[in-house]
Design a protein around this ligand. Structure first.
Ligand code: MIC
Ligand code: SF4
Length: 644
């Protein structure tokens, strides 16, 4: 029996476990990436481990999220990360050099390698045939120190692509179609592997758009083969030597299969407030819009930007619309500048932003109240844009540009002939904004520079025999990490200051949560299905930990968030009978009776609702490693104990 591509890479990197879906495996990590919003925590944790130099083949620290620098906090974080990077053997991508995933694809991604990033969209690297996964900062710190990354062995889903995209239909429409079919929970515990004759019709940046947004399926990662197209892309990046041909075996066996005929697709949009709330642009109709934002790690490649520029050329952005464009990297921006496409954008009235995440994470460009914003981004969660009542639609760059000039949601197919854009034979290569680390003899002299906003990482306490606390909050299905720990311009600068951040915890759902948790001295959270979907941010676990949360009881969890909870020493437990969720109310006093015994023996946990006198059963099901971490009260305690 042959292997799928993902299975081949897993097999080559397996350090523990067996390739049986659902059981824990440990993988050797070749490359890591961090960004600044998760990076400060990751490097604080790396520093706490006392390791001199990273042990990976390549580690890169990017600055791309917190670039507004309103106040000293962001700049201090940048300086801290730069000092650690240079001291510890990590490359440092300076602010302005671009969005981590775009730059990594251009300059560092290698087919067949493993990449672990402290950002959920790390699977962008799957576009170039990497096994690229997102994780919490602590897991990335451990990987930098040479430790394995542990995850449940994923099932493999084959997406067989046939046909060719019609004019004006884009890679974004392919992934929106996959989201429509599978939903935001559909990828949990799975790798989405693209195969079939349609693959050859897609460029690497198009593939990367698809693997990037596989994060929205909740998938472990997504991957494309490494073929002639990958070769051409790497060659154009002057990295031909990194090319390896990689395919699934012809007799590979997949756990699930899906077929998409590219020629049948039409322009699609994800409507507020979930990436799987997908309809055709035609069906939604020519709704009025207020804003269009083009960019983000999903759609900011040179090819995307050139298409947008071609649509804008000689036109003016409609008077009722604000159009912002953030090219994904210095390379992209520079090439647009030199071939005149940037001038076409500026001339049409586009507001050009720096090459960074920007509006995607609510760092500026919040829409007007009740505003309708079309974005080429990957997430349209409620409130993420910074305007609580705005409606965000996720669309392709083609649809975004057509709509910006028309002033209403527009099916780009109405524009007539489509401009033909070719991938260049060579990209502009200038890595002068990527700093190399110090040589080891200089590194010893380098000081790590902390700022006053950088506070210590909260740590958990060893698990008690029983845990009792109020149900502080009861939330529904698909709660995102943006609900648990919002980002945006007002809050993001405090990513290294958990005490300050804590006042905003769950503010999107319940503004009283933080105060009540503090007053009660902590407690328990009750959640629905797919709890903690979305980002890798471990702040969504560290902040509840700081507020005294001891357990989250949910119908199911998203992978990265579950791992972050365990790393923080917070118990993630699931209902055996999902209907029990309905029987618990907020403020009920809950007791996890003899929980230490249940976790230690890996038996069902007993939850007593002291208020109603009802008893429920919960799944534990932790691996040996997870059990040890939970008993110790989190991964930092566990690592310290195992060192001693
Ligand atoms: C996001 O898109 O939500 C982020 C901001 O990139 C996060 C990371 C973070 O919260 O810092 C992610 O996707 O992991
Ligand atoms: Fe940045 Fe947005 Fe991509 Fe997250 S999804 S890495 S905020 S561009």
């Amino acid at each position: 029996m042959g292997y799928t591509l993902a299975q081949k890479i897993i097999k080559n990197h397996l350090v523990s476990g067996e390739m049986v879906p659902g059981t824990e495996i440990g993988l050797k990590i070749d490359q890591t990436l961090t960004q600044d919003a998760t990076g400060t925590m990751a490097y604080l944790q790396f520093e706490a481990m006392g390791i001199e130099r990273v042990k990976t083949e390549l580690s890169v620290a990017y600055i791309d999220h917190n670039t507004l620098q309103n106040g000293f906090e962001n700049a201090d974080d940048h300086r801290f990360i730069q000092s650690v990077a240079q001291k510890r053997g990590i490359r440092f991508s300076r602010p302005g050099n671009g969005i981590c995933h775009q730059v990594h694809l251009e300059r560092f991604g290698v087919p067949g390698k493993t990449l672990l990033g402290s950002d959920s969209h790390t699977p962008t690297g799957g576009g170039i045939g990497m096994l690229a996964m997102g994780a919490g900062g602590l897991d990335v710190a451990v990987a930098m120190g040479g430790g394995a990354y542990y995850l449940p062995m994923p099932k493999i889903v084959k997406v067989n692509l046939t046909g060719r995209l019609s004019n004006w239909v884009a890679a974004k429409d392919i992934i929106l179609e996959v989201l429509r079919i599978l939903s935001v929970k559909g990828g949990v515990g799975k790798v989405i592997e693209y195969t079939g004759p349609g693959v050859a019709t897609l460029s690497v940046p198009e593939r990367a758009t698809i693997t990037n947004m596989g994060a929205e399926l909740g998938a472990t990662t997504s991957i494309f083969p490494s073929d002639e197209t990958t070769h051409a892309f790497l060659k154009a990046q002057n990295r031909e030597a990194d090319f390896v041909e990689l395919y699934a075996d012809a007799d590979a066996v997949y756990d699930e299969e899906l077929a998409i005929d590219l020629s049948e697709l039409v322009p699609l949009a994800a409507m507020p407030h979930m990436p799987d709330n997908v309809k055709t642009v035609e069906e939604i109709g020519e709704i009025a819009i207020d804003q269009v934002c083009i960019g983000s790690c999903t759609n900011s490649s040179l090819m995307d930007m050139l298409k947008v520029a071609a649509v804008l050329k000689g036109k003016t952005v409609a008077p009722n619309v604000s159009l912002s464009i953030a090219p994904g990297s210095k390379q992209v921006l520079n090439m647009l500048a030199s071939n005149g496409a940037l001038a076409d954008m500026i001339d049409a009235g586009a507001r050009i932003l720096e090459s960074a995440c920007g509006p995607c994470i609510g760092m500026g460009q919040s829409p007007n109240s009740k505003g309708v914003s079309l974005r080429t981004f990957n997430r349209n969660f409620e409130g993420r844009s910074g305007t609580a009542d705005a409606g965000i639609y996720l669309v392709s760059p083609e649809t975004a540009a057509a709509s910006a000039v028309n002033g209403k949601l527009t099916d780009p197919r109405t524009l007539g002939e489509m401009p033909q854009i070719q991938m260049p034979d060579s990209f502009f290569i200038n890595d002068n904004m990527i700093l190399l680390p110090d040589a080891p003899q200089d590194a010893v002299k380098r000081e790590v520079l902390y700022g006053p906003n950088i506070k210590s990482v909260p740590t958990g306490k060893p698990l008690e025999d029983s845990v009792t606390g109020k149900a502080l909050l009861k939330v529904g299905d698909n709660i995102t990490t943006d609900h648990i720990m919002p980002a945006g311009a007002k809050i993001l600068p405090y990513r290294s200051n958990v005490p300050y951040l804590s006042q905003f915890c769950f503010a999107v759902c319940d503004k009283t949560f933080a105060k009540r948790s503090k007053k009660e001295g902590g407690g328990i959270i009750v959640g629905g299905a797919n709890y903690g979907q979305g980002s890798s941010r471990e702040h969504a676990a560290l902040v509840p930990l700081y507020l005294g949360v001891r357990a989250v009881i949910a119908k199911s969890f998203a992978r990265m968030h579950k791992a972050n909870l365990i790393n923080s020493g917070i118990l993630p437990l699931t209902f055996i009978n999902e209907d029990d969720y309905d029987k618990i109310s907020r403020d009920d006093v809950l007791e996890l009776r003899d929980i230490k015994k249940s976790v230690t023996n890996n038996t069902d946990a007993v939850l007593v609702d002291v208020t109603t006198a009802e008893t429920f059963r919960l799944h534990t099901g932790f691996s040996e490693r997870e059990t040890a971490i939970l008993l110790a009260g989190g991964k930092l305690n566990y690592t310290a104990q195992n060192k001693a």
